[in-house]
Every structure is written in structure tokens, then in C-alpha cells.
Write a protein that binds this ligand. Sequence first.
Ligand code: SAH
Length: 242
Amino acid sequence: MSLAKVRIVLVGTTHPGNIGAAARAMHTMGLSRLYLVNPARFPCAEATARASGADELLAQAEICTSLPQAIAGCRMVFGLSARSRNISWPALDARACGALTVQEALEGEVAIVFGREHSGLSNIELDHCHYWVHIPSNPAYSSLNLAAAVQVMAYEVRMAAMAGASPPARRPTESPPASVDEVEGFFQHLEQTLIEIGFLNPSNPKLLMRRLRRLFFRAHLEIREVNILRGILTAAQDKVKG
Ligand code: SAH
């Protein structure tokens, strides 16, 4: 099974009990790789108590200071969100996410990202996710407890893994897929260049950059393509600098 390639990333968790309960939820479903981005309190006795036998996962958890650090090296990132947002973005339900996770994990690392108990994931964090994922729930009360959301998602991943995954549809490729950090480097270079050539308003870059991110995510860039695009940007920068 490809579960070893799946990271569960918890961003800014406030209650250590939720971290422990999430570890337990993961362990019951055969997931083992827990990443914690700026947890409010960790390690913590309450987390260990709630992990109830899954404390090995806690001991091995990777503690990160930013979301990009936690997803570095991944080929696909899913962001779990209880709310609908006002910009359209590729969206999946938990079941479809489970299937795609297992499929993508045949070829590389995948991250499934969960937000804070009170405020979820920020828009900037969601910008790092190829898909936004919703667990279908009561529209009048849609927000699950964090560890409950991890449990549902981990279950869907397990069910998809047990059903067996076929490798992703083959596109003709020339070089390996770029990882999210390589693509992120390109986005930063793109934003900087668009400002330098006067296309992007530096005081309000967000909306256009979000649209461009969506466009390039859709393209599933390869390493060589990222290098070509960055070469074009460097040439444009050299031109305006004269
Ligand atoms: N009040 C927060 C919800 C926090 S629940 C908000 O408005 O966004 C903590 C985390 O659990 C969320 O960030 C999300 O990652 C996950 N979660 C809870 N309910 C979910 C649902 N119905 N669908 C997808 N993710 C959910």
C-alpha cells in the first residue's frame, strides 16, 4: 500500500489533545507520518494521553515552522476546509481525495493539510493546496472536530488503498514532475518579475497571483518546464534592468 507516502499536516493546532487524538486516528488507519506546523503546545502529556498507544507517531512527528516546510518535496497537496470560499478553486470531497491521494502516492509524496480549531486554514495556506477538500456535512453545522476530520479523511485514504489504485493517467513527460517547493520558487520569481516589468501592482498582487497559481497548478509542471519558465523570467528581468 502507498500509505507510507502520505503526510498528515496539522497547522497551528491549539489543543494538544487534538494532536493526540489525530495520531490515534491516523494509526488506526495505517497512516504514520504526522507533521505539525507551529503547534501551540507540543510535546505535551495531554497529547500523549489522547494518542492512547499511538505515541510512537507523536515521537516521530516532524515539527515545522511553516506550511511550505511541511509540504516540501510533495507532488500533491490537499487542504481540508470546512468553509466554502469565494474564489473558485479545484475542489473534491473526502472520498475523491482519498482515491487521488492513493493514486498520486504511487509516484511520490502527498500531503493532506488540516487547519486550526478556531479559524481553519488561511487563504495564503490554501494557496499552497492543489485541491480544497470538503467532508460533506450538515451545511448548518459543517465543522467537525479536528481529530474527527483527520479520522474521516484517514478512513477514506485507507478504503481507497484497499480498493487498489491504478497509477495516474500517463501524460507524455520529458522530466520528473516538479515538487511543490520548486513550483513555489517559480511563483515567487514570477511575482517579482511581474512587479519589475510593471505588470503587477506591488500593493495588491494577491488576486492575480492566485489566478496564476491556479493556472500553473493545473499544468502539473515538470522540472524542465519550471527551468524554462524561470529562464524566461530571468531574461525579462535582465531586459528591464538594461
Ligand atoms: N472554524 C474553522 C473550522 C475548524 S475545524 C473554520 O471555520 O474553518 C479544524 C479543521 O478540521 C479545519 O481547518 C479542516 O481542516 C478540518 N475540517 C473540519 N470540518 C471539516 C469539513 N466538513 N470538511 C473538511 N475539513 C473539515
